[in-house]
Design a protein around this ligand. Structure first.
Ligand code: NAD
Ligand code: UDP
Length: 343
């Protein structure tokens, strides 16, 4: 049971390595380390007692992927590698199409060439675009509003076409809502480079004294307290959803060989609710100021979780307090992220 995890040194990929190793898989990480630190791999070993095999490489390099898939006799692939910052994708769309679309095309070509046909793909709730109805079901229309989301939708369409063309493929598309939190050991967590784009890592850096205060983007949304509402999901729940999805692939028939499922909790929390929850978990105040809305933000979205519950027999178990206390435990133990440990 050997599995290739692209982007396995990153935030979600490193937690996924832990879950798959603990389940008995032989994990091979394929990552170019563009947005990650090899220290994460040592931390995976500290948690599981097993170092994942590591192959440094770029998913746009089809020949390298073919060599690695054959060398380790991989049965399947969990594909996290890619770029993920919405704002940056508008400033530099070519890099996003290159890494996310061309990178996935090369990966699929390599998998076809060596006869590996099982894939789980990291998609995003951003493929839905502006919600027409809530909660968001998998049948909601797909209309992403930024280049990042469009790269995810193009890959989803490519996967559906590929699965339809060849019944040997088994493909799971997972649409993540807002992954947050950290491994309960405090050894693995999110380690953004530069100023964090996302809410939870920003709050965490304020709590640990790396930043003075949080800017809350918009206080005039039509929500219960005027701030944006999102469906935050604990990273460990999210990667356990990957285990279920991967194991579900073997049970699929050849005519229904590609599925798409939301991974969320179904609960929406506002920015102010997140701040209060973190203050409770860290037992210290988070200074903030309400500023203008961030361009491109929608007011509210959260997942319909029925398909995940029924089809994958999976649902999130960890609550908002777990998400905040695990994030706090991680930043408190690693105030400078992995960098200080690896210097
Ligand atoms: P991350 O940046 O921490 O991890 C991505 C990993 O991929 C990094 O280790 C990076 O070095 C590697 N990588 C990037 N481009 C590569 C390339 N061309 N070749 C090889 N390796 C490459 O990001 P993450 O938060 O762990 O996200 C993982 C995946 O999940 C991404 O595809 C992202 O779009 C998707 N996703 C993330 C979120 C989120 O909020 N974190 C939400 C929805 C979807
Ligand atoms: N947000 C905020 N300040 C920040 C970062 C985010 O107020 O510094 C808000 C943002 O407007 C949104 C919510 O927090 O309402 C979640 O944003 P994030 O970037 O984490 O996720 P996404 O926008 O991708 O859902």
């Amino acid at each position: 049971m050997s599995i290739l995890i692209t982007g396995g040194a990153g935030y979600l990929g490193s937690h996924c390595c832990v879950s798959f190793i603990e389940r008995g898989y032989d994990v091979v990480v394929f990552d170019n380390l563009r947005n990650s630190n090899p220290e994460a791999l040592r931390r995976i070993e500290a948690i599981t007692g097993k170092m994942p095999k590591f192959e440094q490489g770029d998913v746009r390099d089809q020949a390298a992927l073919e060599t690695v898939l054959k060398r380790h006799d991989c049965d399947g692939v969990i594909h996290f590698a890619g770029l993920k910052a919405v704002g940056e994708s508008s400033q530099d769309p070519l890099s996003y199409y290159d890494n996310n679309v061309i990178g996935t095309h090369r990966l699929l070509s390599a998998m076809s060439a060596v006869g590996t046909h099982r894939l789980i793909f990291s998609s995003s709730a951003t493929v839905y675009g502006e919600p027409k109805s809530l909660p968001l079901t998998e049948e909601h229309s797909l209309n992403p509003v930024n280049p990042y989301g469009r790269t995810k939708l193009i890959v989803e369409d490519m996967l559906r076409d590929l699965a339809a063309s060849n019944p040997a493929w088994r493909v799971g598309v997972l649409r993540y809502f807002n992954p947050v939190g950290a491994h309960s050991s405090g050894l693995l967590g999110e380690d953004p480079q530069g100023v964090p784009n996302n809410l939870m890592p920003f709050i965490a850096q304020v709590a640990v004294g790396r930043r003075k205060q949080l800017s809350v983007f918009g206080g005039d949304y039509p929500t219960r307290d005027g701030t944006g509402v999102r469906d935050y999901i604990h990273v460990v729940d999210l990667v356990e959803g990957h285990l279920r999805a991967y194991e579900k692939l073997s049970a699929l028939g050849s005519s229904e060989n590609c599925f798409s499922v939301n991974l969320g909790t179904g609960n929406g929390y506002s920015v102010l609710e997140m701040i209060r929850a973190f203050e409770r978990g860290a037992n210290q105040p988070i200074p903030f100021e309400i500023v203008a809305r961030r361009e491109g933000d929608v007011s509210e979205f959260y997942a319909d979780t029925q398909k995940a519950t029924e089809f994958l027999a999976w649902s999130a178990e960890r609550d908002l307090d777990d998400m905040c206390s695990d994030t706090w435990n991680w930043v408190r133990k690693n105030p400078g992220g992995y960098k200080s440990a690896s210097d």
